[in-house]
Structure formats: C-alpha cells, structure tokens
Design a protein around this ligand. Structure first.
Ligand code: SF4
Length: 538
C-alpha cells in the first residue's frame, strides 16, 4: 500500500487563518511531523494522529522520517507555519525523495498544501505595503553564506523592491539586521516606512510602525518579520501604503480619469515600458528613473560582477564557490588516550589561523575548518595515526584506557565495534561506554549503552542518561555475555534503534517507549519527585 505525504503550510498560527484544505489534510493524516512549536499551534486539530515533533534545525531528519513513514503506507502530514513552499518543508521533502530515486508515477503521492506566508499576514496588519514588486530575504546565515545574503539585500535595495526580511535576528545572530539596515540606507531615505510584526495573528502579536533609520530602536527577534517599504511607500494614519504605480496613470480626486480605458495602454502613456522589445529613447527623461530592464540588469550585475556573463555562460548569481566548514572529531585511538607532539603539530597545521579546535568531555577534539577539500585534511591527520570520526547524530564509542593497555583482553572487541559502527548515522547521537573491568572507572554504566568486561565476559547496560537534572544510570540487562557474541549483540541493538527510533529520540527514550530491545526488557524505576521542565531543557 502506498502512503501519502501531505506537506502542509498552516499559515500564521491562528485557526481562522488555516485554509480548509490544510485543516482537512491534518485531520486525515495518520501521523504529524513538525517542529515542536508548530505542533503545539495546531494541537487543537489533532484527534488520533501519532505526533513526531523535533527541535529547530532538525528539518532533514523530519523530512527523512516523513518519507520513511509514507513509504511504509502511512498518510503523513509534514507541517510548516506560513507556506510550506516558502522557507518551509516542501523543498526538503522533494530533495529527500529525489535522493531516493522517487518519481511521481512510481513513488508515494505528494501534495503540497499552500498557506499564508508571513509577508502576506504581516502586510495585512500593516496596511497595504506589498502592492508592488516585493521580495522576501531571510537573514539567517545558517544555511546560506552571508556574502550571498548581503548581495541580495543590496540588489533588492537598488531595484526598489518592497522587502520582507525573515529571521531578522536571534540570540547569536544580532549583526545581520544592522548590516541590512546599513546596506538599504545607501538606496533608501532614512524616513522609508518600516513595519515590524511579531507573531502575526497569535496571542502575542505585536505591531510597530517605524522608519528605516529608527527600526533598530525597537525590539526585533526571531518571530519578527520586518517589512521595508519601497521609495513610493508612504505612511497614512499608522498604515504603510505602497501605490500601485510609480508614475500614477490614475487620479483619485476626480470621478473621471484623465485617460480613458482604451488610452491607458498606449505607448505615449507608458513611456517607461518596453514596446515591441524596444524602450523609448526618452524613458529616463520622461520618468526620471532607470527603466525596469536597467534596474534588473544592474541588480544582476551586482550579484554576478560585470565581466562574468558570456553568451555561452549566462549569468549565474550563485557562481561563486562557497567555502564550507568541515567538522570532525579526532582522538589518538579507541583505547589509547595519549596524543603525540607529531599529532598535535598535524592538528595545528590543518586547523591553521581560520579553524577552531575544541576539547570535549568525550576524549575527542572537535575541529572546525573552512575548506573546499576535506580529503586533504583527513589524509594529513590519518598519516599520524589519529582516529577520525564524524560528529553529530552518530554512533560514538567511548572506551577506557584499559589501565594504559595493561588489561588488554577486551580491547580487540572495542576496536571491532568501533570499526563496524563508528560514525554510523542514528536518530540522535549515541555513546557506547566500553570499560575493561568491573571498576568501570570511565563511567560506562552511565552512557546510552554500557559494556563492562568482567571475568572474561561482558555485562550489558542499556538506557543511561548522562546529563541533566533527570540523569540516571543505564539498566543492567545482561551479565556474562560471551566475548564472541558481544559485537553482534551491540550491532543488532544499534540497527534496531537506527531503523525504529524517531528522529531526535535519544536511546534511553526509545528504550522506555518500546519497552524491549532485542529481548532486553525495560524496567520502570519509580521517580522520586517529578521535576519541572527547565527552560534550557534538561
Ligand atoms: S575501567 Fe578498569 S580497565 Fe578500564 S581503566 Fe578503569 S580500572 Fe582500568
């Protein structure tokens, strides 16, 4: 049975502004997948649906989970606020499907359901600012290099677009909105009307009318959309109004229009337009601004540089090579905890002046290096014998040093597990603690999975939570596993979690939810007291 993917934009967040189709789609689905805050906004519409909600920045795992569940035959609603196709989930869903060879004919059915995007909902609260050519620019440089965003702001400013800035500011991203203001002041009057709309149509809605010069005096945050007028936008009774045309062809104070309907499209009454592919010689004199074509070309040249376009190679605003940050973890080895001067020098060389290195509590150093050639970096590090691992939601093995290698019997098993599973992508990062004797002095029994070597065999612990106010050790689930079985036991547990864990679900939560992993039973431990959730998570 084929499932279905419903990619739903539910608008600003109030039930009055959800479209009928979006509401029906949510109701008819078996499963809802979305960012936690969005799920809470539509929770009142849910009846029987399974809910998978994850945190911000986990869009890829949400899209992958949605595709997997639809392929299993479920009707899955992937929800975004605003419009699913405007900074929403629609594109990512298609990217994940394409990666898997999906076609419309043979793959799961996909329906993208439009919603009201912030540019529209915010405009309606501000008056009528988006009555002319407009654009949206996200100031978030998490996925887009700031250099590109800067060029887009510059081009939009120069081409006199009404601009809606999405994601203008957050905790750490505070300079972007200041830079955007600086660029736009090169092209627009400081008195250009600006509307700041926070949480349109939600309980905490807040609207401020200000100017380009003064907008930073007001509170701007992650939930604010900044709408900046064009050179014609004016303020009237606290409303932003953008006229329909630059040079008015209409009069508002007479019942009779200067131009009769049949005269309105004549070339002499539109000196700024392209007529049969040619613009009038007098355009600039007639209306005293550049033609739309000039403005568009200037904007493109700004993006591309003046000499980059040829007949064979048309302009491509994204032609610039974008440098990526390569992130990886290095350690001297599974059991070995001693780093050599040669290894330190190799690390320093590849990190250079522009990279960073961070020592972690997990016996690893995380390197972040701007580069277009990660293979050069990995080969230099591997030449010195360093063990390299990917970071993020992957399998990590954290072994003790086996008393400086003196208790060496279990080391080959730890190395085999690392070789087989190290770096394997999982629903959430997972650490396996592997200790070489019953002292377990490196804390294996507190990790997601703990393995302790004792009297020639292995004890197994599942579902630890190592940090937070609700931290707890893992449960002892087996004693005396023969050495020749331990790698297979760990492998099957990890494969089950990889396949059945929800995106972003930690292993201890998975164990608690499913109650049994590969025959090992979860036991409830009576809570001493219930703790209030901490705002920063626990
Ligand atoms: S856990 Fe045991 S083998 Fe490993 S370092 Fe500690 S005492 Fe040594």
């Amino acid at each position: 049975m084929k499932g279905k993917l419903l990619v739903v934009g539910f608008g600003p967040g109030s039930f009055e502004h959800i479209t009928k189709r979006a509401e029906d789609a949510i109701k008819e689905s078996d499963c809802i997948i979305g960012y936690k805050t969005y799920v809470d906004l539509i929770r009142g519409l849910l009846t029987h649906q399974e809910v998978i909600s994850t945190g911000m920045s986990e869009e890829v795992s949400r899209a992958q989970a949605a595709v997997r569940l639809a392929e299993e035959g479920k009707v899955v609603a992937v929800i975004s606020s605003g419009d699913a196709g405007v900074y929403g989930m629609a594109g990512l869903i298609y990217e994940v499907l394409i990666e898997k060879g999906w076609t419309e004919e043979k793959g799961v059915e996909v329906e993208v359901i439009p919603g009201i995007s912030a540019i529209n909902s915010c405009a309606s609260l501000l008056g009528a600012p988006v009555m002319h050519d407009a654009c949206t620019i996200s100031l978030s440089d998490h996925l887009t290099p700031w250099k590109i965003i800067e060029k887009r702001i510059d081009a939009a400013g120069q081409a006199d677009f009404v601009i809606a800035l999405y994601n203008p500011k957050s905790g750490k991203r505070t300079r972007q909105i200041t830079e955007a203001q600086r660029i736009l002041l090169q092209y627009r009057s400081p008195n250009t009307p600006v509307g700041l709309v926070k949480s349109a149509y939600r309980d905490s809605q807040h609207v401020v009318i200000t100017t380009l010069e003064k907008m930073l005096d007001h509170d701007i945050g992650m939930l604010t959309t900044v709408v900046i007028g064009n050179s014609s936008t004016f303020l009237y009774d606290n409303k932003l109004i953008t006229p329909r045309g630059y040079q008015r062809k209409y009069t508002l104070d007479t019942a009779e229009q200067r131009l009769k309907p049949h005269e309105r499209l004549r070339r002499e009454n539109e000196p700024w337009a392209l007529h049969e592919g040619k613009e009038e010689q007098t355009v600039e004199k007639a209306i005293n601004v550049d033609s739309p074509l000039d403005l568009a070309m200037e904007a493109l040249i700004k993006l591309d540089g003046p000499n980059k376009s040829t007949d064979d190679q048309p302009m491509n605003p994204m032609h610039e090579k974008v440098e990526s940050i390569f992130e990886l973890a290095v350690s001297p080895g599974v059991a070995n905890k001693r780093i050599t001067p040669k290894q330190m020098l190799a690390i320093a060389e590849v990190v250079g002046e522009r990279g960073t290195m961070e020592y972690t509590p997990h016996h690893q150093i995380i390197l972040r290096i701007p580069t277009e050639d990660p293979s050069d970096i990995t080969s230099k590090l591997q030449e010195t014998g360093l063990l390299l691992s990917p970071t993020g939601d992957v399998f990590q093995l954290k072994a003790c040093d086996f008393c400086d290698g003196e208790k060496s019997d279990p080391i080959p098993y730890a190395e085999e597990i690392q070789q087989k599973l190290g770096g394997l992508e999982l629903p959430k990062e997972l650490r396996l603690g592997f200790n070489g004797c019953g002292m377990a002095c490196y804390g294996a029994v507190n990790e997601d999975i703990g393995v302790v070597y004792r009297k020639g065999k292995f004890d197994l612990f599942l579902g630890g939570k190592v940090v937070g106010r609700t931290a707890h050790p893992a449960q002892a689930v087996a004693e005396g596993i023969p050495p020749e079985e331990i790698v297979g036991v760990i492998d099957t547990i990890i494969q089950e979690y990889k396949e059945k864990g929800h995106p972003n679900e930690r292993f201890f939560k998975y164990f608690k939810r499913v109650r049994e992993v590969q025959g090992y039973q979860h036991r409830d431990i009576a809570p001493v007291i219930e703790l209030e959730p901490a705002p920063c998570g626990d």
